[in-house]
Design a protein around this ligand. Structure first.
Ligand SMILES: Cc1ncc(COP(=O)(O)O)c(C=O)c1O
Length: 468
């Protein structure tokens, strides 16, 4: 018979497992800073293009977002790779990191805009993006935004679901235009729910047929967005196989010609990884450090783009389909690793029988994704430290949920230390809230110079819309 553990034996077990976790933590190496083109100077300070990160907060305030222009350009150019054939058409997913300074830089590199709301459409036009370089997606397109998009002749308007086709057709008829239209479809492994028409069960085929028969739509495209971070050739192959099979059936049944294949976003950031519930539990209960991903196991941008082009070509030839134009809408892979968030240890809170809290001036208000993903964290001035400890990294917002990591091995910390949270260029800024603390400034490091992209919010900004 198995007897239940007593409280004392449970505690003893927990202590033993925590000790084990600490030993494992001591052996785990952080990802090397060179992955982000960061260097470590003689004093053990992290630097970017010669600028000590901790000094940037002294000058621009803390917390602080730091965007690296060279990394943005490098990623943009990798997506636009044209070796061996025409490049893919690349539209940045605005919602991923809608900082006008970042968007401008990407547009200057030849990247278009993928927008999913009336606001984002407005922003793209305001930034001077040629309508022919805008793709419009999303489940909520207001009539006003449809009028604007169709009236200006955007590159591609993807219906999120079948029912939307009627509204798009009605606005097109009203304007006497015939927008280039696509239908979003879902494969067996991609996001579904409110997004897209499922291929399985025939909904996608019915939506394509309906779009083809609508005289007000120039139905030419299929749109598919995997959703979860995509890392491997296998995932891509499956996505393409199901989508091209659908195009083939639609061609045979009612003569649909696939002219544009929009493969959405999803390519993963090599240095970020979703946390499993086991990792989270071990982190919370035993302070086991979260395991960093092996960056080599994720397709690099250039390899991904070449693979996409090769697989689409081969897949179409095999099915007797003409090779379509390929559209990509990267978000995280394009900007995720081009930005970092600097935060300061405001105070330490010690506990007699648990790891101390390092209470930071940035928490889930600015870095929500960190709760569900591994992100490398560095102590920006202690890269040569020899004493390490495990810390609970808590944020400032007076909520028990504001803990970034429950255990994170770092050099011995003191108030005033600067931490760098890496890969902050995807879904940090758009998910940030001004929950009790105004949002931070954003600076760009570009060719050795630092310039502001966005000033920090002021208290007045937080009440700007009140009592008009
Ligand atoms: C339609 C569409 N395209 C592109 C993206 C960008 O995705 P990711 O950041 O995973 O590349 C998203 C994100 O949700 C999306 O919904």
């Amino acid at each position: 018979m198995i007897r239940p553990l007593t409280r004392r034996s449970k505690q003893a077990l927990k202590t033993a497992l925590s000790t084990l976790a600490q030993h494992r933590n001591a052996r785990r190496r952080p990802l090397p800073p060179r992955l982000w083109e960061l260097e470590v100077d003689a004093a053990g300070h992290l630097t970017l293009e010669g600028h000590a990160l901790a000094e940037l907060t002294a000058r621009w305030g803390s917390p602080l977002h730091v965007v690296h222009a060279a990394a943005l350009r490098r990623n943009a150019r990798a997506f636009l790779d044209d070796e061996g054939g025409p490049p893919c058409e690349v539209y940045y997913s605005y919602k991923t990191n809608p900082i006008p300074g970042v968007l401008r830089l990407l547009h200057a590199e030849g990247i278009g805009a993928e927008v999913i709301s009336e606001y984002e459409l407005w922003l793209a036009l305001r930034l001077g993006v040629d309508p022919a370089r805008i793709v419009f997606n999303g489940p909520v397109k207001s009539d006003a935004s449809l009028r604007e998009a169709i009236g200006r002749g955007i590159a591609l308007l993807n219906a999120n679901h079948r029912e939307e086709l009627t509204r798009i057709g009605a606005v097109a008829a009203e304007l006497g235009r015939r927008p280039i239209t696509g239908v979003r479809v879902c494969t067996s492994a991609s996001w579904g729910g409110q997004f897209g028409a499922p291929i399985d069960g025939g909904e996608a085929l019915a939506a394509i047929e309906e779009a083809c028969r609508n005289p007000h739509l120039d139905m030419r495209a299929l749109h598919v967005h995997f959703g979860a971070p995509l890392r491997t050739e296998e995932q891509l192959r499956q996505l393409l196989d199901e989508t091209l099979d659908l195009a083939h059936v639609a061609a045979e049944r009612f003569g649909f010609e696939l002219d544009i294949l929009d493969l959405g976003g999803s390519l993963a950031i090599p240095t970020v990884q979703a946390l499993s519930s086991k990792d989270k539990r071990l982190n919370m209960t035993f302070l086991a450090d979260l395991p960093p991903p092996d960056p080599g196991r994720t397709l690099e941008i250039r390899a991904y783009v070449r693979l996409v082009r090769r697989l689409v070509r081969a897949g179409c030839q095999r099915r007797g389909l003409p090779v379509p134009r390929i559209v990509l809408e990267p978000g995280r892979a394009l900007t995720g690793n081009t930005q970092l968030l600097l935060t300061t240890v405001h105070t330490l809170k010690h506990a007699s029988n648990a790891a101390p809290y390092a209470i930071l001036d940035a928490g889930i208000n600015l870095a929500q994704s960190v709760q569900s993903e591994f992100h490398q964290v560095y102590a920006a001035t202690k890269m040569h430290a020899s004493n390490y400890g495990s810390y609970r990294l808590a944020g400032p917002i007076c909520s028990p949920g504001d803990v970034l990591y429950w255990g994170c091995t770092l050099p011995e910390l003191a108030p005033g230390d600067t931490l760098a949270i890496m890969d902050a260029g995807a879904y940090f800024v758009p998910f940030a809230t001004s929950f009790s603390f105004p949002q931070p400034a954003i600076v760009l490091v570009d060719d050795g110079a630092v310039r502001p992209l966005r000033r920090a919010e002021r208290f007045e900004d937080l009440v700007l819309c009140d009592d008009p």
